[in-house]
Design a protein around this ligand. Sequence first.
Ligand code: AMP
Length: 393
Amino acid sequence: MAKKTVRDVDLRNKRVLVRVDFNVPLKDGKITDDTRITAALPTLTYVLDQKGAKLILMSHLGRPKKPDTENSLAPVAVRLSELLGRKVTLAPDCVGPAAEAVVNAMKPGDVVLLENVRFHPEEEKNDPGFARQLASLGDVYVNDAFGTAHRAHASTEGVAKILPGVAGFLMEKEIKFLGGVFENPARPFVAIIGGAKVSTKIAVLESLLPRVTTMIIGGGMSFTFNKTLGHSIGKSMVEADFLDTAKIFLEKAKKAGVEILLPVDHLVADAFVETAKAELVDSVDVPEGKMALDIGPKTVSLFRERILKAKTVLWNGPMGVFEFPAFAKGTQDIARAVADCKGTTVVGGGDSVAAVNQFGLASKITHVSTGGGASLELLEGKQLPGVVALQDR
Ligand code: AMP
């Protein structure tokens, strides 16, 4: 990686200020998924292994505009303490005298979690004064919050302008795998892009087109493509404003010699409701009055065959409305195919990550990204401000 990491700096006897992404889902004050906490552990234990280092953590949680108990990091401090097997002190604030007092009282090997940075509106405004206050609590800045690296906030970007910043291991891994698909991926390289809309995925499709061997397009967005090819799509999801975009994209792919695969059969319903009965349509064309909510078995076989032959697979976006049990099979079968592929497999983006977790296949994938918006922006070929701000090697 072009950026320095925790391995490149001396952390001994330092106050190490680490931005983590502990924005975990909570229900009734309980953490329902601690993946984001466990994902940060390699960096945190590495810091704690450095003699005399003090670990100061900062994160956001939810979207509060002012302090509230609902978005307190208190449950995270408890879970982190269990995972690290040592005491984690929650500072009542992330800046000001209360935070300073807790940090000043730290001994080597101590861990402090600063309270939610978004309790201060200055965080999202990337206020330089607020960034300076945060920076004053550390001697070295580490950013391991990949999930928020696409935001230029005080704790993700502003601090790095004051304290020399390096990447943590999670950040390094995310950039290696998601960014790595742009640097010499082993071929055949198959990208599977699904999800609801062409409009939100067109930038990803465009940025991947010059790199891939095969592009598989599934989910709601595939009907805009099938329609522009002259197929009937019934009541399926379509973006009328993007028919031309889809057509131009298919022409570009043809010129570039990239194979595009679209659904050839479907599971359809009469209406977009969870209880709808799934009906198989053994044709590319969707009958009048029906909406396609999942890919059919022929499509699964076609996609699976390409996926298994790939040396690199990148997957973003579900193949159908996998939230409805009757329409989850296509996405599950594709998740299974990605898991069965012997090549390097990368899953990036919120819903496909939720799908591989839901189907218990995450451990069979080379890299499952922890970032939603951040992975999408990286795949669009954009620079992430939280990464740009770190020191070059
Ligand atoms: P995205 O956030 O763009 O990756 O889109 C994910 C959403 O697309 C999920 O909530 C899916 O339910 C939805 N989706 C996938 N396939 C379809 C489809 N055939 N019709 C309607 N929505 C779909």
